[in-house]
Design a protein around this ligand. Structure first.
Ligand code: MOS
Length: 763
């Protein structure tokens, strides 16, 4: 075992190397734009240089003169597409703003023309020569911009159903001995996955194949088919590997259907690889948010009143929001809770999911406020959380299926050396450096959605697993292979996994940290079906009465019992008895509480995601505690974060190697999100300024010196058959608050607006 491959503790699988490791490090893993096409044409996008107004006309003469140009598509000659609803309102689209539909401009960087040429270089050259005459209007850039409008999120966004409240907040806050009211702000951020927002579309007759990095191939397939007005069975989406996504590839963006339409018009495959800066406006992003938190507590630290008001920016036409109050109102015991989420509409592209969408900004506010309250109470911030820890969430009183929050705080505190902290701000230093220790809680809902799988087992143990899951760097291939190997009792090397292709049995979006729970639950269920057939051959005396009972769901046959109990199977003998060499089965799994139309929806590329606060009779979350050491140079105000420690409990850990990698990446991103990342918006033009990797700051190795990940053993039998809570989005939550809490401890200055940079330190 090594640091990268931690020794498994209770309820953890083996830290086997990644299934796709060799393919990736040898360059054999094919990403969407690596796929060879027969005689492709190359597309290059022209995007709007204004954020609001109209296109008066194009001058294409110069562009057309570039040798190799095939056609230039604008709203005047582009293929017509059908509309698609916003993903969060039950559709497939990341935005309802359609490219090349009309002369109207709704945001900076909107796709306004597509140049197609025989080579990438010719398409690019011609695109740069396209001249556009705009009739520009004054855009609203963000909060407080003239023309921006605000309204409650509830009722606008299909996924935001309630503003949680309970008790009488106003009275309890009024009567509380200790009160805190504070406002917090988080910036615009962009996902910036390494792999660009490429797409290649190739038609064979009426059949379309799309090579595109997607977190949801069945969603994309159905969404594009809907926009083209064709049968979804005619569309196939292929992407065996996705070079990072973080939410940006979860829903259908406007580029795909238009490229598919152009490929059909030209009767030639078309390949599009947009640029990095175009990715800032043709896909989604994490919108800037504002928060007001009010906490009322007794002198001994019990929370009596909590209010969280959040505001988020969205585009003019689309009511996107992340709405994290469902989490922040339920995290701690408190009898009087109130909340409100509002959406502010501005002339911007529509935002979208970005890793741990609601919890990252919303826990920044709550976990900063908890630290501020601890200061007011002169109490250790961990003790404040312990006093308000709860087995039941306060809004509906439902029990957490399992909750190891304080165990995480205790383990993290030990590893970090929290007891060495002298509580007074500014009291720890090392030469020119002020030293601060900070901590915060993290949590993320355990979500699941229906999934289907096909499993084929051969007599010699070779196993093929098919499921349209997604390898976005999360270790999907690896954990699916482990689930099948374990369940079938075959060596891991004998398992091949096929994912990332919409011709495979449907799986949900690789988002909301549901992938491992959903795909492994489905694969394990189908493995049990395979085992059942083999046990049935071994147990020929299985009674008809047993089978009849099983059919109506009031009992189990001995074969089913044997299959599901994990009883070892003599494979050779079973195949012998069966008189076959191969057993193959297909099955559809749905989590408890999923609605009746779940399987129907699954085949339409629609998810019925359940879990988290939406679970019936219980609430399911993964938890963790994060600790950060910061150092602030007392003369230059340079900020460093030399140590990050996170302790997490997330149910069954399928693979401690891939899990640690996810958690480590999350911690680093959380630190980056607090200290570095921010998309700057020019308030006058509503345009992104730092839309490149040089000016959009992300950490490099020198910024990350010591990261420690602790995984606590945790068993949760209630959540799903795999016992997995999901952790892809757990570790980058709360880090931002832990960083700012540490900055307060180092300097005595509270940073309530991210990012926290040296120019914001006033000591
Ligand atoms: Mo994640 S934002 O659910 O890919």
């Amino acid at each position: 075992m090594t640091t990268a491959a931690p020794e498994p503790k209770g309820n953890m699988g083996q830290p086997v190397p990644r299934y796709d490791a060799v393919a990736k490090v040898t360059g054999r893993a094919t990403y969407a734009s690596d796929t060879p096409l027969a005689n492709p044409a190359y597309a290059f996008l022209v995007t709007s240089a204004i954020a609001k107004g109209r296109i008066d006309g194009f001058d294409l003469a110069d562009a057309r003169r570039v040798r190799g140009v095939i056609e230039i598509f604008t709203h005047e000659n582009a293929p017509k597409l059908k509309e698609s609803k916003l993903f969060s309102n039950g559709g497939y689209a990341s935005t309802t703003i359609q490219p090349l539909k009309s002369a109207d401009i709704a945001h900076d960087g909107q796709i306004i023309a597509v140049v197609v040429a025989d080579s990438y270089e010719a398409a690019r050259e011609a695109a740069y020569r396209v001249k556009v005459n705009y009739a520009a209007a004054m855009p609203a850039a963000t909060f407080d911009s003239p023309g921006a409008t605000a309204a409650a999120a509830k009722g606008q966004n299909g996924q935001f159903k309630e503003d949680p409240r309970v008790g009488d907040f106003a009275r309890a806050f009024d009567e509380a001995e200790v009160k805190l009211t504070a406002a917090y702000e988080t910036p615009t951020q962009h996902h910036n996955p390494m792999e660009l927002f490429a797409t290649s579309c190739a038609w064979t007759g009426d059949d379309l194949v799309i090579y595109e990095p997607s977190q949801y191939v069945h969603g994309l397939k159905n969404g594009v088919a809907g926009q083209l007005g064709i049968d979804a069975d005619k569309v196939r989406v292929v992407n065996p590997y996705v070079g990072g996504a973080f939410g940006s590839k979860g829903s259908m963006t406007p580029r795909t259907a238009i490229i598919a339409g152009i490929a059909r018009r030209l009767n030639r495959p078309v390949k599009l690889v947009p640029t990095r800066d175009q990715g800032f406006t043709i896909a989604t992003y994490r919108a800037e948010t504002r928060h007001e938190i009010q906490l009322g507590a007794s002198r001994d630290g019990r929370l009596l009143a909590l209010r969280h008001e959040g505001m988020e920016v969205s585009s003019r036409p689309d009511p996107y929001c992340v709405g994290g109050t469902k989490t922040t109102t339920r995290l701690y015991a408190c009898a009087n809770v109130d909340s409100l989420v509002s959406i502010v509409r501005a002339d911007r592209n529509t935002p979208g999911f970005m890793r741990s969408p609601p919890e990252v900004p919303y826990l920044f506010a709550l976990e900063s406020a908890m630290d501020e309250l601890a200061v007011k109470l002169a109490m250790d911030p961990i003790e404040l959380r312990r006093i308000n820890d709860t087995a039941n969430e306060p809004i509906d009183g439902k029990p957490y299926t399992s909750r190891s929050l304080m165990a995480c705080f205790d383990a993290g505190a030990r590893a970090f050396g929290w007891s060495q902290r002298s509580p007074a701000p500014g009291s720890m230093s090392d030469g020119d450096w002020l030293v601060g220790y900070g901590c915060a809680a993290t949590c993320y809902p355990t979500q699941m959605a229906p999934a289907a799988a096909r499993v084929r087992l051969q007599r010699d143990g070779r196993t093929r697993v098919e499921i349209a899951g997604h390898e976005i760097g999360n270790g999907a291939y690896t954990v699916i292979a482990q689930a099948a190997a374990e369940r079938l009792g075959v060596p891991l090397e004998k398992v091949t996994v096929h994912i990332g292709d919409s011709d495979l049995p449907p799986a949900p979006v690789a988002g909301g940290s549901n992938s491992t729970a959903s795909t492994c639950s489905a694969v394990m269920m189908v493995c049990d079906k395979v085992r059942q057939r083999l046990f049935r051959a071994l147990l020929p005396n299985e009674g008809l009465a047993d089978r009849a009972k099983e059919t109506v769901g009031i009992g189990q046959t001995p074969a089913t019992q044997a299959a599901r109990s994990g009883q070892p199977l003599d494979r050779d003998k079973a195949f012998e008895a069966l008189g076959a060499d191969v057993v193959e089965d297909y099955g559809e799994w749905k989590p408890d509480g999923a609605p009746l139309d779940s399987f129907h929806a699954m085949h339409q590329g629609q998810m019925r995601m359940v879990g988290g606060d939406k679970m019936k009779g219980a609430i399911a979350y993964a938890f963790g505690a994060e600790f950060v050491e910061v150092r602030v140079n007392r003369f230059t105000h340079e900020i460093r974060a030399p140590r990050l420690v996170g302790a997490f409990a997330a149910g069954r850990i399928m693979n401690p190697r891939t899990a640690r990698s996810q958690l480590m990446g999350g911690l680093i991103w959380g630190m980056s999100s607090a200290l570095l990342e921010s998309t700057e918006i020019d308030a006058r033009t509503a345009r992104y300024v730092n839309d490149n990797f040089a000016d959009y700051l992300v950490p490099v190795n020198a910024d990350v010196t010591d990261v420690k990940v602790i995984m606590l053993p945790e068993q949760d039998h209630r959540i799903n058959p795999a016992g997995v809570k999901g952790l892809g989005e757990l570790a980058n939550v709360g880090t931002n608050a832990a960083v700012c809490n540490a900055l307060y401890h180092a300097t005595g200055q509270r940073i309530r607006k991210l990012p926290a940079r040296l120019e914001n330190i006033e000591i």
